[in-house]
Each structure stands twice: as C-alpha cells, then as structure tokens.
Design a protein around this ligand. Structure first.
Ligand code: PEP
Ligand code: MN
Length: 364
C-alpha cells in the first residue's frame, strides 16, 4: 500500500481537540477496583485525558500475574463514570476486542509483542471491521522492524480504521543499556517522515524501565513534537503487581507535566528556538544515543578481551598475536571503507582498541 494514501487518510480529530501534551496515564495493570479508582481520582483531569490500565498482561514468562481479565473492564467503566476520563486498555485477540467494546473502552492499543505477530494483528483488524469510531494505537514491535509496524497499520487501515495512532515504547536490545527498551530516536524520525500525519505518543515508562529517566525522555518527545505521552502511574507504585520500578504517583506525574510545559515555554521564549538550533538539537540527540551504544559495545568487547586473557594465561599462547592483529586491522578497514569511513579513523580506533585489549590481558 502507498504510504501516502495511509498518511493522508488518517483521522487526527480525536487527538487534535486536546491541548498538548495529550496524556494517557494509569497503572501498568488493573489490580483491584480500589486501586484503579484511587489512581484515576488522583489524576488531574486538566492534564490527563485518558486513563490506561492493562487488563490482559502479556508477560514474558508464565506464572507471573497475567492481569485480572474481564472483571477489570467494569472497573474501567466505573472510572469513566466517576471521573469523566476516557479509558484505554491493551487488546491482544478478537475476544479482547469484543469484550473491550462491550464495556465501551474508548482507546484500544496493540502491545509491542502483538504488533510483532501478523496473525494476531490480522485477527484484531478483522474484529474491528466497521468500528470506525474507535481509536486504535499500535505500539512499535519489540524489534526495530519498521515494515512490520507499518504492516500492522495497513492491516487496520484496510478494515476501515482511521482513528489510528502509534505508541513509541522503544526497542529490545541485547546490549547492556541504561534503557529497558532503546528509544532509537533516529529510526522514529524516519518512521515519522513517512507518516507525518499519524499521531505519535511516546511511552517513556517502557523506554526507561525506571522512574528517573521519564522526565528526560518526555522532554525529548516534546522536542520532537510528539502528539502525546503515555506514562504509567499508580496510587502506590512500590506495591504494583507489574512494572513497579517504572511507575510514579499521580502527584509526581502532575509535577512532571507542569515542569515539561514550563521548560518548553522557557525554551520557546529564548532565541535558541530558531530552526537551525532545533535541527542541531535533534542531531545531537541521535549522536548521544549512538555514543551510548558505542560505549556499551566497547564494554562488551573488553569483557571478551578479559576472557581471552584468562584462556591465554592458562596455556602457553602468547598475548600478542601479530597475524591476528593484522587480520583484524585489514578486515576492519575494508568493512569501514565500504561504509564510507576514512582509513585514518579506522586505523586510529582499532589501534587504540588493540592497545587496550593487550593491556587488559597483560594485567591478568
Ligand atoms: C504496557 O503498556 O503495560 C505494556 C505491556 O507495554 P508493551 O507492549 O510496550 O511492553
Ligand atoms: Mn507496563
């Protein structure tokens, strides 16, 4: 399908009627009616438009809390009646869709694990046929596979869904990282250049996996003019049954949102608000994330050097292996040159890496 057709047909009315930042908040999981109602009532409706709570929870391993199921839908309905907030939950099959619709849930989202499965997405799309008024948000798939994400949007679009949006919740990385899910801001910027009209909501909670990083990720989302935020919030975060490390209290959320609005206002009033400065800031965000990755890779490489050192120490293999060193250097220069890097850079970097690796092995 032409990306342009999808982009031009998106109905943005559901999000444009709110002032930014449009905010979805609530607990990772609904646990009890009291927890759901208390959290919702402590949210400030001037700052939060949609109350979220997971009813069916996709857990990595079995024997964890997998959500309260259907009974939680009535709790969400009660939240709407008591607070006037719209409600949102994750759906992962056609039965979930049917039940969520029967309890008048306003926003349905497809979770990262489900977006990764074309069969699941197709089943959900089929069950949404004719339900034109529902807002459907599609989280990015676990892995940074943009085409799979776009494919999910196309499946929904083909069944008539127009109130579509996406949630950026970051991508799985095997590398040690300060994030639970790496944001990959550069990739998102590419995705958004294909679909400038699709509302994008940032989910700093699942990107960070902790409370501390939520503000700085939200600030970046604000810088990139995302359409909204989804932040997990719990009346008693330390006691949460899932994702307890990353949930904040409703009061903390309000503080964070106010701070975010203030900091963007003060930025706007300064001269740094010109377009060149903004573009520079964007590129620096991409560079910072790449640097974090480079550092993580260096740490990983040096760990393996240590293992080499241990092995060599236990045998009579000498630490310095000139043939292997020449081989690494030649291979790396060739690879790097194919990617447009200069020989000077490659030689410099690999000489340093080699020197450090020898030092580490000698120390053992
Ligand atoms: C969630 O929002 O609670 C959730 C399970 O998210 P994700 O699909 O991004 O892991
Ligand atoms: Mn969660």
């Amino acid at each position: 399908m032409e990306k342009e057709i999808l982009n031009n047909s998106i109905d943005r009315s559901w999000i444009e009627k709110w002032n930014s930042p449009f905010t979805i908040s609530g607990p990772c999981s609904a646990e009890s009616e009291e927890q759901v109602i208390e959290t919702a009532q402590r949210l400030d409706p001037a700052y939060v438009q949609v109350f979220r709570a997971g009813i069916w929870k996709p857990r990595t391993k079995p024997n964890n809390f997998e959500g309260v199921g259907k009974k939680g839908l009535q709790w969400l309905k009660n939240v709407k009646r008591k607070t006037g907030l719209m409600t949102a939950t994750e759906i992962a099959n056609s039965e979930h869709v049917k039940l969520a619709l029967s309890f008048d849930i306003d926003v349905l989202w497809i979770g990262a694990r489900s977006t990764s499965s074309p069969f699941i997405v197709q089943e959900i799309a089929d069950s949404l046929e004719g339900k034109k008024d529902k807002v459907i948000l599609v989280k990015n798939p676990i892995h940074p596979d943009i085409e799979l994400w776009i494919g999910a949007l196309e499946r929904l679009f083909k069944k008539g869904v127009r109130k579509l949006g996406v949630i950026h919740r970051g991508f799985y990385t095997y590398q040690a990282s300060k994030y639970r899910n790496q944001p990959n801001w550069n990739l998102l910027s590419k995705f958004r250049s294909f679909f400038p009209r699709i509302p994008v909501i940032c989910d700093p909670s699942h990107i960070c996996g902790n409370k501390e990083g939520i503000f700085s990720i939200s600030k970046i989302a604000y810088h990139f003019k995302y359409d909204g935020l989804m932040i997990e919030c719990h009346c008693n975060p330390d006691k949460a049954w899932s994702d307890s490390q990353q949930q904040i209290t409703p009061e903390k959320l309000l503080e964070l949102l106010k701070q975010l609005i203030d900091s963007s206002k003060s930025k706007e009033s300064k001269s740094e608000n010109n377009q060149i400065q903004k573009n520079l800031d964007s590129l620096r965000i991409f560079i910072d994330e790449l640097d974090e990755n480079i550092i993580a890779l260096l740490a990983e490489r040096m760990k393996i050097s240590k293992q080499l050192g241990t092995l060599k120490k236990g045998s009579d293999v000498s630490i310095l292996q000139p043939n292997r060193w020449v081989e690494i250097m030649n291979k790396s220069i060739k690879l790097g040159k194919n990617l447009g890097l200069s020989e000077e850079l490659l030689k410099g970097v690999f000489k340093l890496l080699h020197k450090e690796s020898i030092k580490i092995q000698n120390r053992m």
